[in-house]
Design a protein around this ligand. Structure first.
Ligand code: TEU
Ligand code: CA
Length: 536
């Protein structure tokens, strides 16, 4: 295994279903990732994170695993995976897998056994409680809507699921479950995998079923299964395994607050870094707030400055495209966003297509929807709304936007497949594709290079200025100064009153990256989406 210098690295996230299809079935596959390794290497990243590729009924994009030791046939075979691992390492790229251990598929043999009877040896692998069809164990809700319980009339009990009913939660209190999971984790690490992205990891522990939900707003409904005390023991056991292999680990840890994040991610912490989910808060129309984004980022950066480490990202497979959420759809806005987060303190992740400025998909028909929970939501809305209104409502702020196929070229099907793509391709692919859209790609290359070449950017200190400015993000990374106007309007900054900028050393600032290079001035007017990176 290669050395785990996670503080210097940049990651690239691959949603395999939509990356590259090589056998014409319209579904991206492992051979497709292998084919595109040179592209990924050209970007300059250090590792790839691949969304789940395990055997799965694919009710939730592979986050419903029915065999932890097998690759889903849609993606290829274990041999293909070994080749991918080997070739990636030859390209100097580490590979981290998604580790989904909060739940399994309802088709996993453990659950099929568990369901058989109350005294089945696997019954306690999951969370079963006495219930009737009318009276479920409590009022808790699932993330995907509806009760977190599904009643089983055969055994007159209900099982708990934080996500879809096809994703029963494992009972982490059961040491046998933990041993099975740890065995599997070791198996993949032995195979040569470099680490994991830990899915929904903050949900492992649940409060007593008698807990009454205090608020149905915000994160209120998830309080009884988000970072609940007792989780420390499971995480400590997992950490021991990760450490013994020097694994690269990033936790998806919703509900872990920025003040708690240092304990999760410092030297004694469970994982190298965690994804915060707070900056994603959006209005119902899918728009994010620039100032909201800025405030969340500044808080996480400050709270993890002394101890701990951030995972930085704008997009992933669960979020709409950042160019439409925080930007105005323009390339200029995508570039400003790239600069705003790639030079922060932490390990940046780039989500496939983000480097091309891929946009949200203009849905016109419900036939274009693929996620089961989105389709269910749509069907529910049809009782009150017209088809068009319901479609508009479910797609205006949906993770579906992130999942359309990669746009490789202006050829048929954007060069993604020779068959019929499993999900429609964005109609803008003749303009927005890897062959034509090189400007943003090249900016990402430069930003990655800056991190690799400068310790100050990789792991130096960070200090924010103009904290209350509604649209301009300003920070120093030791000898670097980063200024980004994320707004559609001009902005003015007056550094002359800021103490750190009053001495003569500012005259040493020279431009290292810019949308329109010019010398640093204490009084600066910024064009919309202008960015300036200076170095002393
Ligand atoms: O997402 C989990 C996830 O986003 C929740 O843990 C989060 O706490 C909640 O939505 C916050 O409001 C992961 C995967 O990224 C997603 O694709 C899967 O559907 C999900 O887990 C289930 O495995
Ligand atoms: Ca395929």
């Amino acid at each position: 295994m290669m050395e785990n210098d996670f503080r210097k690295m940049v990651g690239y996230q691959i949603y395999p279903k939509s990356f590259k299809d090589t056998n014409g079935d319209g579904i991206g596959d492992l051979q497709g990732i292998i084919e595109k390794l040179p592209y990924i290497q050209q970007l300059g990243v250090d590792f790839i994170w691949i969304n789940p590729i395990y055997k799965s009924p694919q009710v939730d994009g592979g986050y419903d695993i029915s065999d932890y030791y097998a690759i889903d046939e849609r993606f290829g075979s274990l041999e293909d995976f070994k080749t991918l691992l080997h070739k990636s390492h030859e390209y100097g790229l580490k590979v981290i897998m998604d580790l989904v251990v909060n739940h399994t598929s309802d088709q996993h043999p453990w659950f099929l056994e568990s369901k058989k009877s109350k005294d089945n040896p696997y019954r306690d692998f999951y969370l079963w409680e006495d219930a009737t069809a009318q009276q479920l164990p409590n009022e808790w809700r699932s993330f995907f809507g509806g009760s977190a319980w599904t009643y089983d009339k055969e055994t007159e009990q209900a099982y708990f699921h934080a996500f879809a009913k096809e994703q029963p939660d494992l009972n982490w209190k059961n040491p046998k479950v933990r041993q099975e999971i740890y065995k599997m984790v070791r198996w993949w690490l032995e195979l040569g995998v470099d680490g994991f992205r830990l899915d929904a990891i903050s949900h492992l522990q649940k409060m007593p079923w008698s807990y009454k939900i205090k608020s149905w707003r915000g994160d209120g409904p998830w309080v009884p299964f988000m970072n609940v005390s007792g989780i420390e023991d499971y995480m400590t056991e997992l950490k021991a395994i990760f450490d013994s292999y020097g694994a690269l680990t990033v936790g998806e840890a919703s509900g872990v607050r920025s003040m708690q994040a240092p304990d999760w991610t410092d030297e004694k912490g469970y994982v190298n870094m965690i994804f915060e989910l707070e900056h994603n808060v959006r209005k119902a129309n899918g728009r994010g707030s620039i100032y909201g984004y800025k405030k969340v980022i500044m808080r996480w950066q400050n709270d993890l400055l002394a101890r701990g480490w951030n995972a930085l990202y704008l997009e992933n497979h669960d979020q709409p495209r950042s160019i439409d959420v925080f930007g105005n759809g323009s390339l200029a806005s995508a570039k400003a966003l790239a600069v705003s987060y790639m030079l922060l303190r932490g390990t940046p992740f780039i989500y496939q297509g983000q480097e091309l400025g891929m946009r949200n998909f203009p849905f016109t028909s419900s036939d274009q929807l693929r996620s089961e929970e989105v389709i269910a939501q749509y069907e529910n809305l049809l009782t009150d709304l017209s088809a068009q209104e319901a479609l508009q409502k479910v797609t205006q702020d949906s993770r579906e936007h992130a999942r359309t196929p990669m746009q490789w070229s202006d050829k048929a099907n954007a060069g993604f497949t020779t068959g019929r793509p499993w999900m429609d391709i964005h109609p803008n692919y003749p303009q927005v594709n890897a062959e034509k859209q090189t400007e943003l790609f090249e900016l990402y290359q430069k930003l990655i290079q800056l991190r690799h070449d400068n310790q100050a950017i990789a792991s130096g200190s960070i200090y924010f200025y103009f904290e209350r400015h509604p649209q301009v993000l300003v920070y120093t990374r030791d000898e670097f100064l980063v200024i980004v106007n994320l707004g559609t309007k001009k902005a003015h900054l007056d550094f002359s009153k800021v103490e750190a900028f009053t001495d003569g050393s500012v005259s040493n600032y020279h431009s290292v990256l810019s949308s329109q290079p010019r010398p640093f001035e204490r009084s600066m007017s910024l064009a919309p989406f202008e960015y300036q990176v200076y170095k002393k």
